[in-house]
Design a protein around this ligand. Sequence first.
Ligand code: SF4
Length: 924
Amino acid sequence: MNSGIASSGETHRRGARAGQPVRSTCPYCGVGCGIQVRTAAAGPEIAGDPSHPANQGRLCVKGAALGQTLVPEGRLLTPRVDGEDVPWPTAIAAVADRLRQARAQHGPGSVAFYLSGQLLTEDYYVANKLAKGFLGTPHVDTNSRLCMSSAVAAHKRAFGEDVVPGCYEDVELADLVVLAGSNAAWAHPVLFQRMQGSARTGRKVVLIDPRRTATADLADLHLPLRPGTDTCLFNGLLVWLADHGALDTDYLANHCSGLDDALACARADAPSLAAVARTCDLPEDDLRRFYTWFARTPRTVTAFSQGINQSVAGTDKGNAIINVHLATGRVGRPGAGPLSLTGQPNAMGGREVGGLANTLAAHLDYDTPGARDAVARFWGSPGLADGPGLKAVDLFEAVQRGDIQVLWIAGTNPAVSLPDSDRVRDALRRCPTVIVSDCVANTDTSALADIQLPAAAWGEKDGTVTNSERCLSRQRGFLPLPGEARPDWWMFQAVAQALGHGAAFRFADSAAVFREHAALTGVAAQLGRALDLSALADLSGADYQRLSPIRWPVRRNPSGVAGTDRLFGDGHFATPDGRARLVPVRVRDALPEPAVAAAGETVLTVNTGRYRDQWHTMTRTGLAPSLLAHRGQPMIDMHPEDARRTGLTDGALAVLRRPDARPGGRNPSEAAQVVAPVRITTAQRPGEVFVPIHWSRRFSGSALASELMTRLTDPVSGQPDSKRGLARVAPLATDWQARLLRHREAGPWQAGQWPANNGVLAYHCRQPLAHSDSWWLAGRGTPDWAELAGELLGGTPQLVLSDTAAGRFRAVRMAGPSVVAVLLVEPPAGLLPETAWLDGCLGGEALADEQRRWLLAGAAPDGPDPGPVVCSCHQVGRNEILAAMDEGCDTVQSLGARLRCGTQCGSCLPELRALLAGEAETAG
Ligand code: SF4
């Protein structure tokens, strides 16, 4: 191993000095909040960074709980090749050998990389350079494809480049904020707080979303449109603007082209307000109000997110939004513009280096005149990839066909997150070599890996990220690397060196990678790209360490360098002629309406999304029990009418099956279905259900929302249609339900250990708690609980209570006076106590006689059950809040004064206000 590799590892092993604050960035959503970390004796203390422009000191509940996730549990600490732990040189040699062989036997296109918006820009840069520049494969795509690639394509069609013109300050300056397909309150909480904090008389907020989400708390008008009709809504707006003299004709004449075609298309979709109202299933009055507000408000921001992007027509929807901004000249001006909100912390950074298969590097496309030669020269590439590669869904199709021999997956979990994930797992099984570099040892994807490489985790990594407002920030390591973990860029470089490309891969540290990336953007800028970091290309190591957040493009000025808050405000765009394009778009639908249901069946449209306190597939947030207290298991949100039609009650288990799923599915253990409890709520539209995206097979037997999604993608962006699946809905027949809690010291238990002769375990969901691991269980048949209890509890229970006639069973395993494990069984409709109290019984304290009696009764002894947690920071339950309201608390402030709820990060304020407004069932 050469000295460059060794020195990098040593650099990262040092960690931060105790007591010294380190400025870094939150690793979750695209808001990209700055944090400050103090490494104290009790562990890292995390707070918002008041100097960071994105959050100005705020953090949401996920960011605030980051310290809880910095645990060694579940880390991958050693490279593994074919199931054996090996030293790094062996692992690097194995990766290099397999890449070399695949290229030699099947050509460069037989190797592929699938990257992640969790990677740092430096990681992405080295991976992209290795793949496209030196292995010659164009197949480099990223999970950002699932998140915002439609916004990328829309930006490129309209502006000539993937540029977000504005910045977060615009949502504060705007007099009208339109949130389209965005549950910002949960998905971009700190930006939502900035919108809340800037509320003033006359400022209006319009929410466009089929669901009444927590974001509706801020909305003056909610338009719960029929899914898939956003294009018609914005086409209708374009027509309205034209017909009411609200177009900016000077701006259009001087800076845009394409109005006539776009307007003709819009008129075809939206000939009248009544037609739009019919298509979108909205009241005409509400539409008129929205259109009127938009027409008369120059300072308008339209923030759009996954509800727009994750569609077969996501690019068209994005362009429909951009069209109305161009038509009114509202782009790149203070308080005005379209604002794409990315889901991941570094989706933008990945885009900047060329992490998407259809791009080359530094915002250059393969067909940008002069780009291929310029990049090949810059890299000294022996054989640059010669055209766009396969986008995520197509890439995994190619893997399944056998076209890809080696697939390197870095920092992501496609076995859970890609649509039709059952098929993705099948593809991974067929692939001759799957390499997974990840900080987590066991994911649904790594279970199918041939080679596992231990990656540095957040807190250990050093590099840069770019948030949704083009703001580049440093992520700084403050913890030493554990075991053999290494930064991702280091692994890609080590493989490049092993393949004989050491001359081009001599990065001593992440600063060196950044300098090269910044220099390449200078080449791109000469070819007309707006992305330009070349002013940072000569940063010293110390400068890089000190680098403050800055929005690109970065320019030199007499006092150093300066960022750029807004782009295109002068009406000059990144197209060859400098004019923006209005793009003609029409409504396109992907799926048949629910009427496809056969007699006796109910088929509903499935929407997917996020929970407030979880992130992606929970590999990190699932480590924080306080975050799981908000929603301990996934729930299927359903309108009361649909619940009645299907015979489901609140909390009952339902099963959703894809209409095209064969009985038993492709693999009997992997039928395309989701099983979860139902949450009945009028926040859902009738005919539609909502399923969260977070639960993987590590947590639940059947809760992969991606199983319900088809592989349909947007024809322009390749982004999957993750917001519109279809599912047959039916109650899940069960004979019993149970709660199992095992103290961590009782060792692991897995649902796969359920004995075959004890009926069917039809549902299981794991919820880690503060003291224990717990499971929600339900099944069919009549298990012999007395026999089963010993297996489930990890030993013979000391306390047992059985009431066969009532279908109740209790068993408690003790170690001296302390509880080690508890099993509570009830009939399907019976009540089981809340988990917080149960978990408290496993806290190590000696159990009093009275507590034993309550435990066997399966009920908390004193006071009302706190109910599901609403405020995660202070662990305040819904029932406690309702009780305080009964006692006179009638404002958020009085609830905060009584219970402390809502007084820390503020993420729960929309739910508190919904409870105060009597909307206990408001969706998330
Ligand atoms: Fe992290 Fe929350 Fe900020 Fe997003 S809003 S970056 S999750 S602290």
